[in-house]
Design a protein around this ligand. Structure first.
Ligand code: CP
Length: 353
C-alpha cells in the first residue's frame, strides 16, 4: 500500500482495499500476532466533534497493536479554544505523534490538515462531507454478510444530504457494478449533487423514493441513518424532518428474510427498539468490525510511512474566499490555498458557481 493519508475511501485502490480486508480478517483470527506491531508508535486523536465509536475504536485499535495514544475529545480542552489555527495544531501535534486521526465539523478539514502534516492523517469525519473509515467498516461487514459488492439492492434511508457516512458509502460503491441504489428520503434531504454524480455515470442504477414501507421488500441491505440535528441551521428546520422514517417490527415483516439492517450509529428514533433483537439487524456487529478494520488501517499506514515527509509544499495565501459552501473549511481557515479541480472545490467537492 502506497498511501500517505486517508481522506476519502477512494484514496485506496481496489488492491489496497482487498489487502486491508484480508489483513482485517487475519487480525480477527489471530490478534496475538499483532499485539506488539505498533510498539513505540504514537497515535493522536484530534476530535473537534463528539464521537463514541470512531474515537474509542481508533484508540483501542492502537492499544491492541501495542502502541500509545494521545489527543483531545473536546477542542475546548486544547489551545484550539484560544484561537489556534488548524494548520498550527497539525504542525505541532505531528511533531509529537506518528499518525493522526481527525474529526472536524467543517467539510474538507481533514484534507486541509493533510497539506501541513509530515505524518499520515486519517479522516474520522469532516462535517457533512465524508467518513471513510466508517465506510471501511461498512464494506467489511457487507462482504462478510453478502460475499459480494455487486448485484445488490441497497436502500439508504434518512438524512442523505447531511449524512457523511452515506456520501462515503456511495462513493466507494461507484467502483462496483450492477447495484441498485434506493435513495429513500424527503426531497429536502436527498444526497448532494456531487455525491449523486459519482454513481450517476456508473453501471449502477439509482431509484429515488420517499416511502420506506413501499420498497423495503426489494432490498438486500437497508442502511438507516439518523437525521443530523447538529447540521441544521435551526431546530425548527430539524423538526420538520425528524421522525419521518422509523424502522420497526411491522416494517421488518415486509423485508426479505436475508435482508440486513445496517446503521453507522448513533441511532436516535429511526430504529425502534423491537428491531434490535432481529437477527437481520447487524449494526452492533458492524460497529465492532470497525475496531479491527481500523487496526489494519493503522498498521498499513504506519508501514507505508515509516519516514516522515519533508517535502511539504508552501502555499501562497488565497486572494479571496472561493468556495460558496459555507460549511467548507476554506471559509474558516482563510490561509488555505485556493484549490480547484474540475470546477469543484478540492476541500469539500462542491461545484463552484
Ligand atoms: N459512526 C460513528 O461515526 O459514530 P461516532 O459518531 O460515535 O464516532
Amino acid at each position: 500500500m502506497n498511501l500517505r493519508h486517508l481522506i476519502d475511501f477512494n484514496d485506496m485502490s481496489t488492491t489496497d482495499w482487498n489487502m486491508l480486508y484480508n489483513l482485517t480478517c487475519d487480525i480477527i483470527k489471530a490478534p496475538e500476532k499483532y499485539a506488539a506491531a505498533c510498539k513505540g508508535t504514537v497515535l493522536a486523536t484530534l476530535f473537534y466533534e463528539p464521537s463514541t465509536r470512531t474515537q474509542f475504536s481508533f484508540q483501542t485499535a492502537m492499544l491492541r497493536l501495542g502502541g500509545n495514544v494521545i489527543g483531545f475529545a473536546d477542542p475546548n480542552s486544547s489551545s484550539v479554544s484560544k484561537g489556534e489555527s488548524l494548520r498550527d495544531t497539525v504542525k505541532i501535534v505531528s511533531g509529537y505523534a506518528d499518525i493522526m486521526v481527525m474529526r472536524n465539523p467543517l467539510d474538507g478539514a481533514a484534507y486541509a490538515a493533510s497539506l501541513y502534516s509530515p505524518v499520515p492523517i486519517i479522516n474520522a469525519g469532516d462535517g457533512a462531507h465524508l467518513h471513510p473509515t466508517q465506510t471501511m467498516t461498512d464494506m467489511f461487514t457487507i462482504y462478510n454478510e453478502k460475499g459480494t459488492y455487486e448485484n445488490l439492492n441497497i436502500g439508504l434511508c434518512g438524512d442523505l444530504f447531511n449524512g457523511r457516512t452515506v456520501h462515503s458509502f456511495i462513493k466507494a460503491f461507484s467502483r462496483y457494478k450492477n447495484n441498485r441504489f434506493w435513495l429513500i428520503s424527503t426531497k429536502e434531504l436527498m444526497v448532494p449533487g456531487y455525491v449523486y454524480e459519482t454513481i450517476e455515470n456508473t453501471d449502477n442504477e439509482i431509484i429515488t423514493a420517499d416511502n420506506l414501507e413501499e420498497c423495503i421488500g426489494e432490498l438486500d441491505i437497508l442502511y438507516m441513518t439518523r437525521i443530523q440535528r447538529e447540521r441544521f441551521k435551526t431546530d425548527e428546520e430539524y423538526k420538520t424532518q425528524a421522525g419521518i422514517y422509523i424502522l420497526n417490527k411491522s416494517k421488518m415483516e415486509k423485508a426479505k428474510p436475508n435482508m440486513i439492517v445496517m446503521h453507522p450509529l448513533p441511532k436516535v428514533d429511526e430504529i425502534f427498539y423491537d428491531v434490535d433483537d432481529d437477527p437481520r439487524a447487524i449494526y452492533f456487529k458492524q460497529a465492532r468490525n470497525g475496531m479491527y478494520v481500523r487496526m489494519a488501517l493503522i498498521l498499513l499506514l504506519c508501514e507505508a510511512n515509516r519516514e516522515r515527509y519533508t517535502d511539504l509544499s508552501v502555499y501562497p495565501l488565497p486572494q479571496r474566499q472561493f468556495c460558496n459552501n459555507q460549511r467548507c473549511i476554506s471559509n474558516k481557515e482563510i490561509y488555505l490555498p485556493e484549490l480547484i479541480k474540475d470546477s469543484a472545490c478540492v476541500y469539500c467537492e462542491h461545484k463552484l458557481t
